[in-house]
Write a protein that binds this ligand. Structure first.
Ligand code: PLP
Length: 389
């Protein structure tokens, strides 16, 4: 049995999305800026997708700008706001310490070019509190960026409270909602944010397409200049087939959002209970906070996460770690580090992220495999009696 439990990395493309994109590539090839019928057909298809994305997040279609994915949407929000607000003396950027690299490295880059970047710490459960944010807001703050849910541990941030606080200080608020849109209900008005990023491939759409929602009235400097596409906000001939795919994925997600979230939560809880009940020395990271329903991040005491990932892969089970293996040293994830977990716990953490198509049988299969796999890895690292004295 092969089991895919890595849906926070990416999801399989829904068959309806594949069919719509194949049809679009074959027949909707016009340039959406062209006046003739071919162009107008492409433009109509893009408009339909824009409406579908807007409906999914409770927005107006005109507020949705298509991008080449979540990374570009995050870059657009931060670079666009930084440039637009610089002239007003607002040069401070604020982000949490557990943002995705698309936010962190963009802030880092802007800081090198003269912006002032402040980070907000998280609790040991991986949550940004309003009190922590208050401590770093200044009258010079241009934009605050706090993700809606974390990709590694799944914790949902109190975005509405944080956004209200940022806006009271005259700053824009951006949320990276790449891990929530299409998985749980997201309403931009209820969140009270100014900017929101989403990405199609996290909810059964294609890779390389996403959107930045820009609240009506918010001015950003464009990061891609050229033609007058996307109402002058993002230049470049539109990727019509990918945008159509995003639109279909948005409609599919909306149709089953609440039932699918409840189904995945039941499966995730079954997995978590099963693992904690059968494998000793296990603990859930971020388990005390509100989380997206599909994600659990578990540390296995005495087991190097990368070894467990590989051992599970050999059994046909795909999971992930937050660690990056670079030049032979295993760096624990910046998210787990920011939570100040004991160092072992950060090195031993595995993320299981469930999605459409996963079943209770798969959960039981993985729970059944783990005790022996973990015991084998632990026995390999245990010193023989009498050795190493
Ligand atoms: N933000 C978060 C929270 C993510 O999980 C990801 C993808 O892993 C991204 C941004 C980047 O999105 P994309 O892969 O569409 O560029």
């Amino acid at each position: 049995m092969s089991t895919y439990f890595d849906h926070n990395a990416t999801t399989p493309v829904a068959p309806e999305v594949v069919a719509a994109m194949a049809e679009a590539l074959a027949s909707t090839f016009g340039n959406a800026s062209s006046v003739h019928a071919y162009g107008q057909r492409a433009k109509a298809a893009i408009d339909e997708a824009r409406s579908s994305v807007a409906t999914l997040i409770g927005a107006e279609a005109a507020e949705v700008v298509f991008t080449a994915g979540g990374t570009e949407a995050d870059n657009f929000a931060l670079r666009g706001a930084a440039e637009a607000l610089e002239a007003r003396g607002r040069k401070r950027l604020v982000s949490s310490t557990i943002e995705h690299e698309a936010v962190l490295n963009t802030c880092r880059h802007l800081a090198r070019r003269g912006h002032d970047w402040a980070t907000v710490p998280v609790t040991s459960d991986g949550v940004v509190t309003a009190a922590a944010l208050e401590g770093v807001l200044t009258p010079e703050t241009a934009i605050v960026s706090v993700m809606h849910a974390n990709n590694e541990i799944g914790t949902i941030q109190p975005v509405a409270d944080l956004a209200a606080m940022a806006r009271a200080h005259g700053a824009l608020f951006h949320t990276d909602a790449v891990q929530t849109v299409g998985k749980v209900p997201v309403d931009v008005r209820a969140l009270g944010v100014d900017l929101l990023s989403l990405s199609a491939h996290k909810f059964n759409g294609p890779k390389g397409v996403g959107a930045l929602w820009i609240r009506r009235g918010v001015r950003l400097a464009p990061i891609l200049t050229g033609g007058r596409h996307e109402r002058n906000r993002r230049a470049g001939t539109e990727n019509v087939a990918a945008i159509i795919g995003l639109g279909v994925a948005a409609r599919l997600a909306l149709r089953h959002l609440r039932e699918e979230a409840a189904r995945l939560e039941t499966l995730r809880d079954r997995l978590e209970r099963g693992i904690l009940g059968t494998v000793s020395g296990t603990v859930v990271n971020g388990g005390g906070a509100a989380r997206v329903p599909n994600t659990t991040n578990i540390s296995f005491t005495g087991v190097e996460a990368e070894s467990l990932l590989i051992a599970l892969d050999l059994e046909g089970v795909a999971v992930s770690t937050g660690s990056a293996c670079s030049s032979g040293s295993l760096e624990p994830s910046h998210v787990l580090k920011a939570m100040h977990l004991p160092s072992g716990r950060a090195h031993n953490a595995i993320r299981f992220s469930l999605g459409a198509g996963n079943t209770a049988d798969e959960v039981d299969h993985v729970v059944g495999l783990l005790p022996a796999v973990v015991e084998k890895l632990r026995s390999l690292t245990r010193l023989p009696a009498g050795a190493g004295a």
